[in-house]
Design a protein around this ligand. Structure first.
Ligand SMILES: NC(=O)C1=CN([C@@H]2O[C@H](COP(=O)(O)OP(=O)(O)OC[C@H]3O[C@@H](n4cnc5c(N)ncnc54)[C@H](O)[C@@H]3O)[C@@H](O)[C@H]2O)C=CC1
Ligand SMILES: O=C([O-])CC(=O)C(=O)O
Length: 273
């Protein structure tokens, strides 16, 4: 049995816990939980057959094989470094942190030294298997257009200096409005809870993506359109994801993606790249 510990007990963690309690994933179980908000980890522990810890150190001393980070971009450095140094493999969901090349290299080298693995799931987008394989050739262009309902973007827009009046105008206009157009580096620093997928895409293609973020008052899904052009030809994908109930910024597919990775890691047969 693969023993899992989760850091960050929000929307994704709840779906992982639910799935691992069913027959769909038979060879992995969640046994340990940690959240900076102890109430959240305790509540999830109560609903599941697991234990919550008040400190990251206590959590890492528990009998887990694999840490799943689903907390925040800011949590990744500490959680991943300490997990690898505690002889645990780690799955990173807040992939935006890996846009920092120094951190990326540090974690890769640490995993190698400790004979451990760092996993980055495909998350809320489609086509990563093909893009990864295509990156063995030459890739010249990588684009992502992410369109989300306004309510999923509102916190980031306010933090980025948009006023409440300007956000209301987008709502009232009732039309899609481009709220960001730029590099993956700027995108993840301005929208750390919305655009981790742009960093997954950039890491898989080995080319920094151009990113457009659109706020659409008429939309109820999180839509991600990808365009990749290279020596293998062209890859275009589009997903219209239903959001998680507990956090509308996050798509259910992101949680399913990590659940499937856990299943693959715990079972003898794996399908797909
Ligand atoms: N790679 C991908 O495709 C996707 C990645 N994400 C990212 O995955 C992460 C989790 O997403 P959700 O479950 O929707 O978030 P959420 O907001 O529902 O839950 C996050 C939880 O982490 C806790 N937390 C925050 N910082 C922490 C820290 N330093 N240590 C321990 N706990 C901490 C919070 O208290 C909260 O309970 C987020 O960073 C999100 O942006 C989300 C969707 C797609
Ligand atoms: O779940 C999604 O649709 C994408 C997302 O929030 C992220 O990449 O951070």
């Amino acid at each position: 049995m693969l023993k899992i510990g989760i850091v960050g007990c929000g929307a994704i963690a709840s779906l992982i816990c639910k799935a691992l309690e069913t027959e769909r994933v038979k060879k992995a179980e969640v046994i340990s939980l940690y959240d900076t908000n102890y109430q959240k980890s305790s509540e999830l522990a109560r609903k599941t057959n697991s234990e919550s810890y008040e400190t990251l150190e206590g959590f890492l001393n528990s009998n887990i094989d694999l840490v799943v980070e689903c907390a925040s971009v800011n949590a990744v450095q500490d959680v991943a470094t300490k997990s690898l140094n505690s002889d645990k493999d780690v799955i990173i969901m807040s992939v935006g942190a890996l846009v920092d090349k120094e951190l990326f290299i540090k974690l890769r080298d640490l995993a190698e030294e400790n004979n451990k693995k760092v996993y980055v799931p495909s998350g809320a987008i489609a086509g990563i298997d093909a893009i990864k394989a295509g990156s063995l050739g030459h890739i010249e262009k990588v684009e992502l257009i992410t369109t989300k309902p306004v309510f999923g973007l509102v916190n980031a827009l306010l933090k980025n200096g948009m006023t409440e009046e300007e956000i209301s105008e987008i709502q009232e206009k009732g039309e899609p409005t481009v709220v960001f157009d730029g590099t993956v580096f700027d995108a993840i620093s301005k929208f750390p809870q919305n655009i981790n997928v742009s960093v997954v895409l950039s890491l898989a293609s080995k080319v920094p993506a151009n990113v457009k973020i659109v706020a659409d008052p008429t939309l109820s899904t999180n839509k991600h359109e990808i365009y990749v052009k290279g020596s293998i030809g062209t890859i275009k994908t589009c997903v219209e994801n239903n959001p998680c109930k507990d956090n509308p910024k996050t798509s259910a597919l992101a949680a399913y993606s990590v659940i499937l990775l856990i299943k693959d890691l715990s079972e003898p047969l794996r399908i797909g790249t």
